[in-house]
Write a protein that binds this ligand. Sequence first.
Ligand code: CP
Length: 313
Amino acid sequence: MKLKRKDVLGLREMERGEIEMVLDSAARFKEILARPVKKVPTLRGRSMITLFYENSTRTRTSFELAAKIMSAEAINIAVAQSSSAKGESLKDTLLTLQALSADCVVIRHPNAGAPHLAARLVDIPIINAGDGFHEHPTQGLLDLLTIREHKSTFEGLNVTIIGDLLHSRVARSAIWGLLKMGANVTLCGPHTLLPPEFAATGARLETNCDAAVEGADVIMMLRLQNERMDGVYLPGVREYSALYGLNARRLAKAKPDAIVMHPGPINRGVEIADDVADDETSRGGRTVILQQVQNGVAVRMTLLYLLLGGSEE
Ligand code: CP
């Protein structure tokens, strides 16, 4: 089984059938993660290089784990210590990695479109691990897998995404993925962080957080991305938290079986209250943040398998 494409760059260009194939395969790959010995020979002899120009805990680590579980070589380029610090271009870095016989490059870059450029420059598969404000497709896929584990269908599901939509590549991938799967998507945030262009996707825009949460099946909270803010978007963090933070009182307006998601890293006490963040479904609660992290490994195993064409051993 292989994907129809050489690269995974975004959910906007992926067809619903491809997304379903990834989710179905990831559900099967999860079985490997439950074994006492988490190792299969599927990608023996293959190599994956992670090239991250921005910080990461979840995405980079889960790609490395995914490759190692499938017996591939996982090599991380520490960008700050690499020749890019001497002025080497992205193009020359990629051509060098290809010449070193890398089978796949996973790239995170602050500039939107950098993975698309990379995909045109080299013949090996490129996986977008987050490009600027643009897309974070592997996060979108793990979010869809997590929702599918709790809800019987995406059709007609009410998903509310709250927070810093303007700077969120996670939200952009989630919006494309959820709409393709048939969900109703509501986007909520202050005017300054909720670009009106999002209405063209088919999502509903809402600045009143209580109204956005009302009747939701899924609530996805987003981090305030202070590191990407080059101006004043908010009167203050305390006011933002009061108007847009998820606490138990606000969550009570959602459906009784609504789940709470967050891609991480979370700003505790800002977009999500401590008691909501820690109320994991594994202990009978409503929050699936750590399940999202676990599903990230299965989704990334699946993409490596589908792109690198591993053996069926
Ligand atoms: N969700 C996410 O992309 O987290 P990291 O920045 O830690 O990879």
